[in-house]
Design a binder for this molecule. Structure first.
Ligand code: AMP
Length: 281
């Protein structure tokens, strides 16, 4: 597996592949890789002849007081995992290569970013939209794969690719979970043993809510019940526990409808964990 650190280097390799008639897949990450990331590489591999993974802890998507400095970084281990999963090229740029002096361009997707993580992390999705627009332009891939773990992010990326006429096809890949149901996340590394034990309650309680919604329970009261159950299970702070339409993130109040999902963000110690599940998936 090759490693490139400049946009020009990335473009040179991809141009060679395209000249040979090969299809190119892209999977952006922030590193600290786990089996969830590798599943994206495999989905890309199934869709393309060559796969580019990116590792870049994008500073513009972190707010003041968030975990930018502490975010886990281990490029050597990540590179070995990517090579094992069939990745052909690792693009691991420096912050200067991504944001040269004088960088002044913002990308904002409105509406979709007003709720859930967008409401709790001001500016977060502006940073995501900015860096992902750059990746899509840099790699000029045929297909780019993002995890459903970050459902709102996936919706934002689909919208920006459509709105800005970016020709890369955006694909979602299912959430990969630990055996006890916890959604895999780089931030799970922050959990101590006690917190890790409690973290399993998030997906378990979400599944319980889904069972009741399928039986006709109303979304509004179920949101309150879920937040209370998460607190009772030892979660330090519930950021949100909401039921929304998967496509446009419209809030559901009454009975759940086709395509609706349960969304949770919760703090355990210093880890902010997010999860989501389709009600009829
Ligand atoms: P991150 O490194 O956390 O920015 O994530 C990079 C990509 O991996 C994003 O598209 C995430 O949605 C995806 N991802 C992270 N965790 C998982 C998971 N447990 N299952 C599937 N995809 C994931």
């Amino acid at each position: 597996m090759e490693i490139e650190r400049t946009v020009a280097g990335l473009r040179r390799v991809v141009a060679g592949w395209r000249a040979a008639g090969l299809r190119v897949g892209l999977t952006p990450t922030m590193g600290a890789l786990h089996a969830g990331h590798l599943s994206l590489v495999r989905v890309a591999r199934a869709q393309a002849d060559r796969v580019v993974a990116t590792i870049f802890v994008n500073p513009t998507q972190f707010g003041p007081g968030e975990d930018l400095a502490a975010y886990p970084r281990d490029e050597a281990a990540d590179a070995a995992m990517l090579a094992g999963a069939g990745c052909d090229l690792l693009f691991a740029p420096t912050p200067e290569a991504m944001y040269p002096p004088g960088f002044a361009t913002e990308v904002r997707v409105t509406g979709l970013t007003d709720v859930l993580c967008g409401a709790r992390r001001p500016g977060h999705f502006d940073g995501v939209a900015q860096v992902v627009t750059k990746y899509l332009n840099q790699a000029a891939a045929d297909v780019a794969v993002f995890g459903e773990k970050d459902w709102q992010q996936l919706a934002v990326i689909r919208r920006l690719a459509r709105d800005l006429d970016i020709p890369t096809e955006v694909l979602g890949a299912p959430i990969v979970r630990e055996p006890d149901g916890l959604a895999m996340s780089s931030r799970n590394r922050y959990l101590c043993a006690d917190e890790r034990g409690k973290a399993a309650a998030i997906s378990r309680l979400m599944r319980e809510v889904i069972g009741r919604l399928r039986d006709g329970a109303l979304a509004g009261p179920e949101e309150e019940r879920l937040a209370a159950a998460l607190a009772a299970a030892g979660v330090d702070r519930v950021d949100y526990a909401e039921i929304r339409a998967g496509a446009d993130l419209e809030r559901r109040v009454g009975p759940a409808r086709e395509g609706d999902r349960v969304f949770v963000a919760a703090f355990l110690g210093r880890a902010r964990l997010i999860d989501n599940m389709g009600i009829w998936e």
